[in-house]
Design a protein around this ligand. Sequence first.
Ligand SMILES: [Zn+2]
Length: 458
Amino acid sequence: MTVFLLHSKRCFIENKFQEATLYIKDRCIHYIFNGQKRIDDVPFTSYGDFIIMPGIIDAHVHINEPGRTDWEGFDTATQAAAAGGITTLIEMPLNASPVTTTIDAFRQKKEAAKGKLHVNCGFYGGLIPLNAVEIEHLITFGAFGIKGFLSHSGIDEFPKVDAEHLKAVAPVLKQYDVPLLLHCELEDGEVPKVKNPKSYQEYLDSRPQRWENNAIDLALEIQKEFDIKVHIVHLSASELIEKLADRKSKTDKLSVETCPHYLFFSSEEIPDEAPIYKCAPPIREKKNNELLWDAIEKGTIDFIASDHSPAPAEIKQLGSGDFFTAWGGISGLQFTLSVMNTEFKLRGIPLEKLIPMLTQKPAEFLGLESRKGFLKKGYDADITIWDDTVEYMLTEEIINHRHKATPYLGQKLKGRVTDTFVNGCHVVHASKCINKNKGELLERSGRKVTTGNNSKRR
Ligand SMILES: [Zn+2]
């Protein structure tokens, strides 16, 4: 039996900072004492003014193993996650090979993850045109949601789906109350012909807001027609924010995420020949991104996820500078907390707004809110401890991702994780990984829910 006490003057409990001492027993928060509390023979550590908060839950990560482990693997990605204060992540059904669109592929992925999970990890299943019959199996096998693309995914074996494919699986998603995650870009042929593939403006023009808007309209239609949970991944366009807010006021089955790169960078700052910034949907103009910030403040955007999607330098076309042939994906899950803290502080938005967007809100989206996402008695001891005031320069030496190329390199950031606990185990100390393989493989319950009032699963 392992027992210990963690104290701070700033524990994030019940959505506010308060002095408290967490009594950790085995893998759980056994009790929370107000103020400072010592117990004979129980090890006690005070973190002073550092923040003790629930472990970060990153609901959107691409790890690429098996099959493209040279891009990123479970070992490196989950170490980077732990160093960044992430204690749980959910992995996308692409870009590993095979893609997670069959039970067999799902088994291979779970097998590949064994012995390499330094934080908790669950999975989504994928929807492609010919696998509707697999969806129920993926759900009963523990998938946290089903992800589909409405535009080319970048991976040929993960083709896009259309309204008919979504309608075909909606009844199954409804039966299990599992969310449909949609990459919302709906391609049309009406984009300008590319003249200079190294121009960021041309790349931006090739994926207009209109594509996102059209896809979101379809997503809203499906949500309404079938009354299923629909989740808009990585919102980058601002034009339909009012519409999303309006629909969210009428249903609790619509959720929206965005990513740090849409909030931290803007297209005006992105030089030509710099595909390190390439992602889809693209990073848009400052004016657009300010409206994403409004949506964060108003709560229309539910949570922030990294969409960590790395690739080797040659596949990112870092040599040629060609935006159109480069892999689209931003690498950076280790730095979500620092990047967001830097920007929230600059804007004077309190951490009481940020922390739930990284913990409680994704826990609720994933149906994990009865054991993760909060510092509460009986909850899993997934804990992030960090200094929100320290400034540091992001250098290659501190990156735990497989590839060090990230657009955040060289940025001066504020706030750094010092310690991370996963399931009650101390996995990061002094910002270094000290304990491995303490994460567990997570599965969603995979039980049918009765139709009718089914907003809670667990
Ligand atoms: Zn993604």
